[in-house]
Design a protein around this ligand. Sequence first.
Ligand code: BGC
Length: 327
Amino acid sequence: MRVSTKLFIYCISILLFVGSISAMLFFGYKTFYIVPDTSKAENYSYHFALVAEETENNYWRLVEKGAKRAAAEKDIYLEYIAPSKADNDQLLKLFDRMIAAKVDGIIVQGIEGERFVDLVHKGVERNIPVITIDTDVPSERKAYVGTDNFYAGQLAGRYIIENTKGEQHVGVIVGRFEAINQQERLAGFKDAIKAHPRIQIAKIKESNITEIGATQATYVMMKQHPEINALLGLSALDGLGMVEGIQQIFPTKDVLITSFDILPETMKLIREGKIDATIAQYPEEMGSMAVDVLIDLQNRDLVDNKIYTKTEIIEKADLQVKPEVAR
Ligand code: BGC
């Protein structure tokens, strides 16, 4: 082989070698180097977290909507997180993760048990103000924003007392037995009817905060207790399920139906006369107020730390005069 040919081959090999090393370094860098996503939180004055009961639940989506609106107005980054299906254990893990992430404030649904109380303590110890929303829990939380759940249960009792005559056998559906707000609503309801022996609870069942759960609960309850002539649902999707459940088992029976919340689907059933009344809560308002309270808490503690949002009975007749619920 001629010297010039040898030289040519050497040069090509060196070029190929250098080329492949450069390519390896370049693509290796692209593959393994993850750019930290600091853009979201860094451009904002504060980073707050809203830890909800269940991601896609329409009630919680409204809480999120209100919170995000208030946050956007004040240049705050609001992170919405929740278990995909209601689950206390998952919620506690997400709560803990937000504490570890050192956010500037946490809005969280209150959960029964010591682990929740301990986590609130942990957050507060690290100077992260924690407030409860929708459900309160005695703890070091800085404030509660939401419905007075005992009172809301009393309202439901009052509605049944005032709108019925004679014996009432009430089938009650609760979202989750372990949810404190459901326990409080039930306690409020029992308190209201205790002086009215003609009104008795026939059966209490759980819906798992799903429409299908409420449908099944209604079906089974009405089958086992055909004397039931009033139904009460204590969480947001129970009304829809109760209507469906009756439709399946006693489509022509006259049952007084009292539901909870004013989600659009529930309001439609009120307009159609399929639900008699609902106990309104205002989740969007809860979300926006909670953000305002967290902002306040960045500088000082609050004196009045139980902030109740509006709760009221809504019937078909009210829809003319209350356009805010007649969606
Ligand atoms: C309750 C929430 C619950 C929701 C379920 C509402 O009435 O306040 O705690 O997550 O119903 O759909």
